[in-house]
Design a binder for this molecule. Structure first.
Ligand SMILES: *[C@@H]1O[C@H](CO)[C@@H](O)[C@H](O)[C@H]1NC(C)=O
Ligand SMILES: *[C@@H]1O[C@H](CO)[C@@H](O)[C@H](O)[C@H]1NC(C)=O
Ligand SMILES: *[C@@H]1O[C@H](CO)[C@@H](O)[C@H](O)[C@H]1NC(C)=O
Length: 269
Protein backbone atom coordinates (compact mmCIF):
# COMPACT_ATOMS: atom_id res chain seq x y z
CA UNK A 1 0.00 0.00 0.00
CA UNK A 2 2.69 2.43 1.06
CA UNK A 3 4.89 1.63 -1.94
CA UNK A 4 1.91 1.82 -4.31
CA UNK A 5 0.85 5.27 -3.17
CA UNK A 6 4.42 6.44 -3.36
CA UNK A 7 4.67 5.18 -6.93
CA UNK A 8 1.43 6.98 -7.82
CA UNK A 9 2.69 10.14 -6.18
CA UNK A 10 5.96 9.80 -8.02
CA UNK A 11 4.18 9.36 -11.37
CA UNK A 12 2.22 12.52 -10.67
CA UNK A 13 5.42 14.40 -9.97
CA UNK A 14 6.84 13.14 -13.26
CA UNK A 15 3.70 14.33 -15.07
CA UNK A 16 3.89 17.73 -13.42
CA UNK A 17 7.54 18.11 -14.38
CA UNK A 18 6.83 17.03 -17.96
CA UNK A 19 3.96 19.52 -18.21
CA UNK A 20 6.14 22.27 -16.83
CA UNK A 21 8.81 21.49 -19.44
CA UNK A 22 6.20 21.38 -22.21
CA UNK A 23 4.90 24.79 -21.19
CA UNK A 24 8.41 26.24 -21.02
CA UNK A 25 9.14 24.80 -24.46
CA UNK A 26 5.95 26.20 -25.99
CA UNK A 27 6.54 29.61 -24.41
CA UNK A 28 10.16 29.74 -25.57
CA UNK A 29 9.16 28.72 -29.10
CA UNK A 30 6.43 31.34 -29.20
CA UNK A 31 8.81 33.93 -27.82
CA UNK A 32 11.63 33.09 -30.23
CA UNK A 33 9.20 33.38 -33.14
CA UNK A 34 8.18 36.91 -32.32
CA UNK A 35 11.57 38.14 -31.16
CA UNK A 36 13.67 36.39 -33.81
CA UNK A 37 11.45 35.84 -36.80
CA UNK A 38 14.03 33.97 -38.87
CA UNK A 39 13.58 30.35 -39.91
CA UNK A 40 15.69 27.67 -41.52
CA UNK A 41 14.70 24.39 -43.14
CA UNK A 42 17.90 22.80 -41.82
CA UNK A 43 19.92 24.19 -38.92
CA UNK A 44 22.46 21.34 -38.96
CA UNK A 45 23.33 20.48 -42.56
CA UNK A 46 26.17 18.14 -43.49
CA UNK A 47 28.12 19.68 -46.38
CA UNK A 48 29.65 17.27 -48.90
CA UNK A 49 33.32 18.25 -49.35
CA UNK A 50 33.99 19.74 -52.79
CA UNK A 51 30.30 20.26 -53.50
CA UNK A 52 27.94 23.19 -52.93
CA UNK A 53 25.84 23.53 -49.80
CA UNK A 54 22.76 25.68 -49.26
CA UNK A 55 22.50 27.27 -45.82
CA UNK A 56 18.81 27.94 -45.39
CA UNK A 57 17.66 31.17 -43.72
CA UNK A 58 14.46 33.10 -44.40
CA UNK A 59 11.75 35.29 -42.93
CA UNK A 60 8.36 33.66 -42.47
CA UNK A 61 6.64 36.70 -44.04
CA UNK A 62 6.84 36.18 -47.80
CA UNK A 63 6.94 39.78 -49.07
CA UNK A 64 9.20 42.31 -47.39
CA UNK A 65 11.11 45.43 -48.38
CA UNK A 66 14.51 46.91 -47.55
CA UNK A 67 16.14 43.61 -46.70
CA UNK A 68 19.58 43.64 -45.14
CA UNK A 69 21.40 40.38 -44.57
CA UNK A 70 24.60 39.41 -42.89
CA UNK A 71 26.14 35.97 -42.71
CA UNK A 72 28.88 35.59 -40.14
CA UNK A 73 30.83 32.61 -38.85
CA UNK A 74 31.91 31.98 -35.31
CA UNK A 75 35.65 32.44 -34.75
CA UNK A 76 36.46 34.36 -37.92
CA UNK A 77 36.89 38.07 -38.59
CA UNK A 78 34.75 39.76 -41.21
CA UNK A 79 31.66 38.57 -42.98
CA UNK A 80 30.88 35.41 -44.84
CA UNK A 81 28.48 37.52 -46.89
CA UNK A 82 26.89 40.91 -46.41
CA UNK A 83 24.03 42.61 -48.21
CA UNK A 84 23.19 46.18 -47.17
CA UNK A 85 21.50 49.17 -48.81
CA UNK A 86 20.21 47.00 -51.62
CA UNK A 87 23.57 45.59 -52.70
CA UNK A 88 26.20 43.04 -51.82
CA UNK A 89 29.10 44.49 -49.88
CA UNK A 90 32.42 42.66 -50.06
CA UNK A 91 34.47 45.27 -48.19
CA UNK A 92 34.63 43.31 -44.96
CA UNK A 93 34.35 39.81 -46.37
CA UNK A 94 36.64 37.20 -44.86
CA UNK A 95 39.11 36.03 -47.58
CA UNK A 96 38.23 32.37 -46.85
CA UNK A 97 34.83 33.00 -48.46
CA UNK A 98 35.91 35.21 -51.36
CA UNK A 99 34.09 34.15 -54.53
CA UNK A 100 32.48 31.15 -52.80
CA UNK A 101 29.27 32.60 -51.39
CA UNK A 102 26.17 34.09 -52.94
CA UNK A 103 22.56 34.88 -52.14
CA UNK A 104 19.65 34.38 -54.53
CA UNK A 105 18.50 37.88 -55.65
CA UNK A 106 15.04 36.70 -56.72
CA UNK A 107 14.45 35.04 -53.37
CA UNK A 108 16.08 37.79 -51.35
CA UNK A 109 13.35 40.30 -52.21
CA UNK A 110 10.85 37.97 -50.56
CA UNK A 111 12.91 37.68 -47.38
CA UNK A 112 14.76 34.46 -48.26
CA UNK A 113 18.43 35.04 -47.39
CA UNK A 114 19.60 31.47 -47.97
CA UNK A 115 23.30 31.34 -48.76
CA UNK A 116 24.94 29.12 -51.35
CA UNK A 117 28.38 28.06 -50.20
CA UNK A 118 30.42 26.74 -53.13
CA UNK A 119 33.07 24.03 -53.01
CA UNK A 120 32.70 23.09 -49.33
CA UNK A 121 35.99 22.66 -47.43
CA UNK A 122 36.80 20.99 -44.15
CA UNK A 123 37.54 24.41 -42.64
CA UNK A 124 33.98 25.58 -43.41
CA UNK A 125 32.71 23.51 -40.51
CA UNK A 126 31.30 25.63 -37.69
CA UNK A 127 28.50 27.89 -36.54
CA UNK A 128 27.06 30.41 -38.98
CA UNK A 129 24.86 33.32 -37.94
CA UNK A 130 22.31 34.58 -40.43
CA UNK A 131 20.89 37.98 -39.52
CA UNK A 132 18.04 39.49 -41.52
CA UNK A 133 16.54 42.90 -40.99
CA UNK A 134 13.71 44.33 -43.04
CA UNK A 135 10.87 46.81 -42.85
CA UNK A 136 8.71 44.00 -41.46
CA UNK A 137 11.08 42.80 -38.76
CA UNK A 138 13.92 40.38 -38.68
CA UNK A 139 16.13 38.34 -36.44
CA UNK A 140 18.96 35.91 -36.35
CA UNK A 141 19.42 32.15 -36.57
CA UNK A 142 22.39 29.84 -36.03
CA UNK A 143 23.23 27.17 -38.57
CA UNK A 144 25.75 24.48 -37.54
CA UNK A 145 27.51 23.28 -40.64
CA UNK A 146 29.34 19.97 -40.44
CA UNK A 147 31.44 18.57 -43.25
CA UNK A 148 31.94 15.06 -44.59
CA UNK A 149 32.44 13.33 -47.92
CA UNK A 150 29.85 10.81 -49.05
CA UNK A 151 28.84 9.09 -52.26
CA UNK A 152 26.39 6.31 -52.96
CA UNK A 153 28.02 3.06 -54.12
CA UNK A 154 27.79 1.60 -57.62
CA UNK A 155 27.41 -2.17 -57.99
CA UNK A 156 28.81 -4.63 -60.49
CA UNK A 157 28.29 -8.38 -60.72
CA UNK A 158 31.03 -10.60 -62.11
CA UNK A 159 30.34 -14.35 -61.98
CA UNK A 160 28.99 -14.65 -58.47
CA UNK A 161 30.91 -11.77 -56.95
CA UNK A 162 28.93 -8.61 -56.17
CA UNK A 163 31.29 -5.62 -55.98
CA UNK A 164 30.39 -2.18 -54.64
CA UNK A 165 32.46 0.95 -55.16
CA UNK A 166 32.01 4.26 -53.37
CA UNK A 167 34.63 6.77 -54.39
CA UNK A 168 34.49 9.48 -51.74
CA UNK A 169 34.03 9.03 -47.99
CA UNK A 170 35.26 11.01 -45.00
CA UNK A 171 35.72 10.47 -42.06
CA UNK A 172 36.54 6.77 -42.54
CA UNK A 173 33.27 4.83 -42.48
CA UNK A 174 32.50 1.24 -41.64
CA UNK A 175 30.96 -0.96 -44.29
CA UNK A 176 28.44 -3.75 -43.68
CA UNK A 177 26.56 -6.07 -46.05
CA UNK A 178 23.14 -7.43 -45.13
CA UNK A 179 20.70 -9.86 -46.61
CA UNK A 180 17.18 -8.51 -47.08
CA UNK A 181 16.35 -10.32 -43.84
CA UNK A 182 18.85 -8.00 -42.09
CA UNK A 183 21.35 -10.78 -41.48
CA UNK A 184 24.94 -9.52 -41.54
CA UNK A 185 26.90 -11.05 -44.43
CA UNK A 186 30.65 -11.35 -44.53
CA UNK A 187 32.08 -9.04 -47.22
CA UNK A 188 35.63 -8.14 -48.08
CA UNK A 189 36.24 -4.38 -47.88
CA UNK A 190 39.31 -2.40 -48.85
CA UNK A 191 39.91 1.29 -48.30
CA UNK A 192 42.34 3.50 -50.16
CA UNK A 193 43.03 7.07 -49.20
CA UNK A 194 43.67 9.93 -51.62
CA UNK A 195 46.26 12.63 -50.96
CA UNK A 196 43.44 14.77 -49.53
CA UNK A 197 42.61 12.08 -46.99
CA UNK A 198 39.36 11.08 -48.71
CA UNK A 199 38.62 7.35 -48.62
CA UNK A 200 37.70 5.29 -51.64
CA UNK A 201 35.90 2.04 -50.83
CA UNK A 202 35.68 -1.25 -52.65
CA UNK A 203 33.72 -4.04 -51.06
CA UNK A 204 33.09 -7.52 -52.44
CA UNK A 205 30.49 -10.05 -51.46
CA UNK A 206 30.60 -13.66 -52.60
CA UNK A 207 29.05 -15.96 -53.43
CA UNK A 208 25.79 -14.18 -54.19
CA UNK A 209 22.54 -15.68 -55.47
CA UNK A 210 21.80 -14.84 -59.09
CA UNK A 211 18.42 -13.34 -58.27
CA UNK A 212 19.03 -12.25 -54.68
CA UNK A 213 18.81 -8.83 -53.08
CA UNK A 214 21.54 -7.39 -50.90
CA UNK A 215 21.91 -4.32 -48.75
CA UNK A 216 25.08 -2.31 -48.21
CA UNK A 217 25.42 0.15 -45.36
CA UNK A 218 28.28 2.67 -45.30
CA UNK A 219 28.33 4.65 -42.11
CA UNK A 220 30.41 7.21 -40.23
CA UNK A 221 29.48 9.55 -37.39
CA UNK A 222 27.77 12.05 -39.71
CA UNK A 223 26.31 10.17 -42.64
CA UNK A 224 24.77 6.77 -43.27
CA UNK A 225 24.28 5.53 -46.80
CA UNK A 226 21.94 2.58 -47.29
CA UNK A 227 21.75 0.89 -50.69
CA UNK A 228 19.79 -2.07 -51.90
CA UNK A 229 20.97 -3.98 -54.96
CA UNK A 230 18.48 -6.34 -56.56
CA UNK A 231 20.05 -8.83 -58.92
CA UNK A 232 18.29 -10.31 -61.92
CA UNK A 233 19.70 -12.38 -64.78
CA UNK A 234 20.39 -9.30 -66.85
CA UNK A 235 20.85 -6.30 -64.57
CA UNK A 236 21.24 -4.85 -61.09
CA UNK A 237 18.65 -2.39 -59.90
CA UNK A 238 19.81 -0.11 -57.14
CA UNK A 239 18.11 2.09 -54.60
CA UNK A 240 20.14 4.33 -52.28
CA UNK A 241 19.46 6.94 -49.66
CA UNK A 242 21.44 8.99 -47.18
CA UNK A 243 20.59 9.72 -43.57
CA UNK A 244 22.37 12.41 -41.60
CA UNK A 245 23.08 12.32 -37.90
CA UNK A 246 21.39 14.92 -35.76
CA UNK A 247 23.83 17.51 -34.38
CA UNK A 248 24.72 16.66 -30.79
CA UNK A 249 23.63 20.13 -29.65
CA UNK A 250 20.12 19.34 -30.94
CA UNK A 251 19.74 16.08 -29.02
CA UNK A 252 17.48 16.34 -25.99
CA UNK A 253 19.47 16.82 -22.85
CA UNK A 254 19.69 13.77 -20.58
CA UNK A 255 19.43 15.99 -17.50
CA UNK A 256 15.64 15.80 -17.29
CA UNK A 257 15.66 11.98 -17.38
CA UNK A 258 18.40 11.75 -14.77
CA UNK A 259 16.64 14.28 -12.56
CA UNK A 260 13.34 12.39 -12.65
CA UNK A 261 14.90 9.00 -11.98
CA UNK A 262 16.99 10.37 -9.13
CA UNK A 263 13.91 11.98 -7.69
CA UNK A 264 11.89 8.76 -7.88
CA UNK A 265 14.59 6.41 -6.66
CA UNK A 266 15.04 8.77 -3.77
CA UNK A 267 11.34 8.85 -3.02
CA UNK A 268 10.33 5.20 -3.55
CA UNK A 269 13.19 3.70 -1.54
C1 LIG B 1 15.06 30.04 -50.43
O1 LIG B 1 15.79 30.12 -51.62
C2 LIG B 1 16.50 28.94 -51.97
C3 LIG B 1 17.32 29.25 -53.20
O2 LIG B 1 16.52 29.55 -54.31
C4 LIG B 1 15.52 27.81 -52.19
O3 LIG B 1 16.22 26.62 -52.48
C5 LIG B 1 14.69 27.61 -50.93
O4 LIG B 1 13.72 26.63 -51.16
C6 LIG B 1 14.03 28.91 -50.52
N1 LIG B 1 13.40 28.70 -49.23
C7 LIG B 1 12.14 29.08 -48.97
C8 LIG B 1 11.64 28.78 -47.63
O5 LIG B 1 11.47 29.64 -49.81
C1 LIG C 1 21.01 -18.02 -51.51
O1 LIG C 1 20.28 -19.13 -51.94
C2 LIG C 1 20.34 -20.25 -51.06
C3 LIG C 1 19.62 -21.40 -51.71
O2 LIG C 1 18.49 -20.96 -52.42
C4 LIG C 1 19.76 -19.86 -49.70
O3 LIG C 1 19.86 -20.92 -48.81
C5 LIG C 1 20.53 -18.67 -49.15
O4 LIG C 1 19.93 -18.25 -47.95
C6 LIG C 1 20.52 -17.55 -50.15
N1 LIG C 1 21.37 -16.48 -49.63
C7 LIG C 1 20.99 -15.23 -49.59
C8 LIG C 1 21.96 -14.28 -48.97
O5 LIG C 1 19.90 -14.83 -50.01
C1 LIG D 1 29.90 2.08 -37.56
O1 LIG D 1 30.12 3.44 -37.31
C2 LIG D 1 29.10 4.11 -36.59
C3 LIG D 1 29.45 5.56 -36.53
O2 LIG D 1 30.79 5.80 -36.32
C4 LIG D 1 28.94 3.46 -35.23
O3 LIG D 1 27.88 4.08 -34.54
C5 LIG D 1 28.63 1.99 -35.42
O4 LIG D 1 28.55 1.35 -34.15
C6 LIG D 1 29.71 1.33 -36.26
N1 LIG D 1 29.31 -0.02 -36.50
C7 LIG D 1 30.18 -1.02 -36.48
C8 LIG D 1 29.63 -2.36 -36.80
O5 LIG D 1 31.37 -0.86 -36.21
Amino acid sequence: MGILSRIIFCSMIILIILFAFAIILILSLAFSKTAFGVLSTNTAPVGNLGEDQLLSCYLPIPTVSQVSVSWEKSGIIGFVYQHTNGAASFKNQNPQFKGRTELFPNDLVTGNASLMLRNVRLSDEGEYYCTISSSQGGGRITISLRTAAYTAPTFTLTNNVLAAEASRWFPEPNVTWFSLEQEVLQGDTTFSQSSFGIYSITSKLQPVNKSGSYMLKIENDLVTSVSTARLTETEISKFSYFAFSVASSLLPSPHLRIMISVLCVFYVT
